[in-house]
Structures are given as structure tokens and as C-alpha cells.
Design a protein around this ligand. Sequence first.
Ligand SMILES: [Zn+2]
Length: 185
Amino acid sequence: MSSPGRELSMALIISTAIWLAIIFGLRFLVLAPLRSQEAEAMFSLLAEVKPGGVAYVHDPENPLWEGRATRIEKRAGDIIAVALADGSATSYNLPVKIGVVRYLGAIAMAEAQLRSRIVIEGSFFEQFPDEEWIDLILAHEIAHLFSYEVGDEPHGGKWHAMCMRLYAGIMTGPPHPRACRVTLR
Ligand SMILES: [Zn+2]
């Protein structure tokens, strides 16, 4: 025999579970990265190249970089130096290899499996000509690479702490208010 109160709470628990499942499913559906074919090809290519150093920018003469390739390689190296100093990065996840494509489906994406790779969409450099944005995007994506190694989910607590730490480590002033917000992939 069950009381009406108990039945009601069971019904509440079941409906809450159903809603959570729907919301969780939608979250993955909406946030699932839809990479372009061009991006898939770039990720594959970056998996194959074996550069030296800690940060590598692929095809620096490509006009899609809008002349930013050298600076990106330098700033990625600075961020990685912060990560190496505090133990976030190991030689296992280095070098970080960075490529650019015309269309990605996001501003930038990181892939930690099969070595550390980042692909950036070329239009990003037109939309955000500000150098600070480039630092931000690099800290965001590099934090994805290194927090994946410690088993964190994308944009989880460890990712956020690492992103803030890496970003703060290369800035002289306080972190930018836009730093490490989950508006990028
Ligand atoms: Zn992200």
C-alpha cells in the first residue's frame, strides 16, 4: 500500500529525471561540434606533422592567418610555458599544433586525442582584430587540451581554473572580464 504523498513524490522524481534527460540530451545536440570537412582534413594533417618546439603554427604564410601566425606561435609558447611551470602540461601533450581553415563551424576547436591540436576559423581574425582576443582564444583552447588530460569535461571546473591561470599568466594586468567564458568551443 502506498500513500498518495509517496506516489506524488515518485511522480515528481520520475518527471524530473525525464526532464533532466531531455535537457542533457539537447545540450549535447546543440553543443556537439559540427566540424566542416575542411576542418576534419586540417585536424588529420596536424596529427601527422611532427614539428619541434612546444608550439607550432602550420602553414604560416597562409593568408587566412591575416599575418598573425608568428604572434600566435609566440603567444601559444608563452601560455605553454605557464602551463609547464605549474605542471599543467607535460612533454606528452606537446607540441601544441595549430592550423587555420576558411570554415570551421566555430571560432576555434581543440582536439586532445592523438596529440594536441587546435584549429581556428580564418574569419575570426576579421571579426576580432584585437590582439587580446587572440590571447584569450589560445588560453581557452590550450586549457581544453591540458584539462582533458586530467579527465575534465569541456568547460568543467578544472578547465575554467586552468583557463584563468593560463590567461592570467601571460597578462600583465587583471584578467579580462571576457576571459574564460563559455562562449567558445
Ligand atoms: Zn571551449
